[in-house]
Design a protein around this ligand. Sequence first.
Ligand code: HEM
Length: 360
Amino acid sequence: MFGSEVVAFRGTHQAGVETPQQAHAWFVGLDLLPGADLDAAGRLMRVWTDDAERLTGGSAALADLEVELATSPSRLTITLGLGLPFFHALGLDAQAPSSLGPLPAFPIDRFDGRWPQTDLLLQVSSDDVMTVSHAVRVLARDARSLTRVVWIQRGFVPARGTKPAGTTPRNQLGQVDGTVNPVPGSADFADVVWAGDGPSWFQGGTMLVLRRIRMALDTWERMARDGREFVIGRRLADGAPITGGTERSAVDFEAKDSVGLPAIDDSAHVRLAHARNPDERILRRGYSYDDSPGTDSVSDVGLIFCAYAADLDRQFLPIQRRLAARDLLNPWTTPVGSATYAIPPGTQPGQPWCQGLLGA
Ligand code: HEM
């Protein structure tokens, strides 16, 4: 039984980034209602912080009418993000981290208009989807006079307890996805993820790129298994490099195949995504989605791609540029939505979210 497990809400950093991945995450994009000012934003933060502290601790929020649904947090975390339009709306542009803003347009983008940039993001994650659903309802309802929900992206990874803890999840293409990542709790993780410069209120925060990437399973499944492994450069069975070893072995980018060609293709996903210098590192903590299909396919599945990094221009963009230009995976993966958020630092007891920014 893990229903009563709690992740600390207070701390230097917000929970939900370094936290070992929960089975479910809902990403809720919200806009401020027209006319919102600094006072309103301060009120919103006080309400949400109180709700989030109670819910993540396994207690009902103040005006909760379904109190019994709050008693199984199952490692519930509630993480706040701020989009660039939030800073514009409140006249706080000078306080926005420099790498916050729309990503450049990439030739692979096919946005369908349903997942635009929003002012605010709530990332609500737990091992129990009922808990997530209840928390999202409470947070949205309590902010009803100040915000409007624009979209909800519901994501999942394999259920807790089905594999040993620490097993790298698989995505909807069947691949082991998340092997090369900074290790939570390490100094390396802190360097990659937590902001140490930029506006003073943002120290200890991070940046999030949230991209909804649709997978073309129908055409992917037409390819032979070794072709599907070649596209990435790793084996489907265990996630090991196709150049040999086990999941955690380094990829041998110099290896040649039997006719002398690179064993890892020049455009294989891992070759292009691999850091070319120590700056190009990100934390990937994505979730799968599965929506109702349209009439053209039997499924609509993909990845809610989440990359966290202290600075997106320095760490994320060089990787994304290379992948957008010629990743072998591109014919089967299409970004249909994209947004970026500043994830403010954590809070100390009694302090609302964004106190350093809003002065509330
Ligand atoms: C649906 C789209 C995507 C799929 C299915 C996918 C899948 C994978 C898989 C299977 C791996 C190898 C195992 C691992 O290390 O996790 C991998 C590695 C990686 N991917 Fe992706 N990926 C996608 C999109 C992206 C995007 C958009 C980025 C960044 C812009 C990215 C960055 C990386 C990085 C940095 C690695 C580790 C490379 C290394 O150093 O070996 N991926 N991806």
